[in-house]
Design a protein around this ligand. Structure first.
Ligand SMILES: [Zn+2]
Length: 171
């Protein structure tokens, strides 16, 4: 899958849960690919979509980091990596399930090839659903971690113009 779509899917889904961590999730969303370059730079031959694309490794890292990670930064990074391998798993090539298996792992039948319109469609669908969720959740007062612009305005810390300029800026 293209980086653009990896980043869109990780960023949008992360925004629903914690908008502040979107940049980390987006960085993690490309990690399985750029970790291959780092491996190469360090002189190890890394075949595309092998070691850095183990589904199990990202899943365990993400779930394992969660309870130990009060900032959520490591979890968000691993979550981004997990979405990367999961969406790569929807392509024809698939991803390896884990270190002890050569079998390719596929999600939803692994039907499309990287760069085909289908992956943009999937990314767009995910972003659209997440955008609606974010709107619903922010309308209902969810997101304790959002900047409380309205509250700052009411308590006189910022003036009206600043509030208007920032009320839709969530990061
Ligand atoms: Zn990849």
């Amino acid at each position: 899958m293209k980086w653009f779509n990896h980043m869109a899917i990780a960023g949008a889904t992360c925004a629903v849960v914690n908008p502040a961590l979107v940049p980390v999730a987006v960085l993690g969303a490309t990690a399985p690919d750029w970790l291959e370059w780092i491996g190469k730079a360090l002189g190890r031959r890394v075949k595309h979509r092998t070691v850095t694309h183990y589904f199990v490794v990202w899943l365990v890292a993400c779930l394992g980091a969660w309870p130990l990670d009060p900032t959520g930064i490591v979890t968000a990074f691993c979550y981004g990596g997990l979405t990367h391998v999961m969406t790569d798993a929807m392509t024809v090539t698939g991803v390896p399930f884990g270190p002890h298996s050569d079998r390719r792992f596929h999600l939803f039948g692994g039907r499309f090839r990287t760069g085909e319109p289908a992956e943009y469609g999937i990314a767009f669908g995910v972003v659209a659903v997440c955008a609606v969720l974010v709107m619903l959740l922010s309308a209902s007062g969810w997101y304790p971690f959002f900047y409380d612009w309205a509250g700052l305005y009411n308590s006189g810390v910022i003036d009206g113009a600043e509030w208007r300029a920032n009320r839709f800026r969530f990061f």
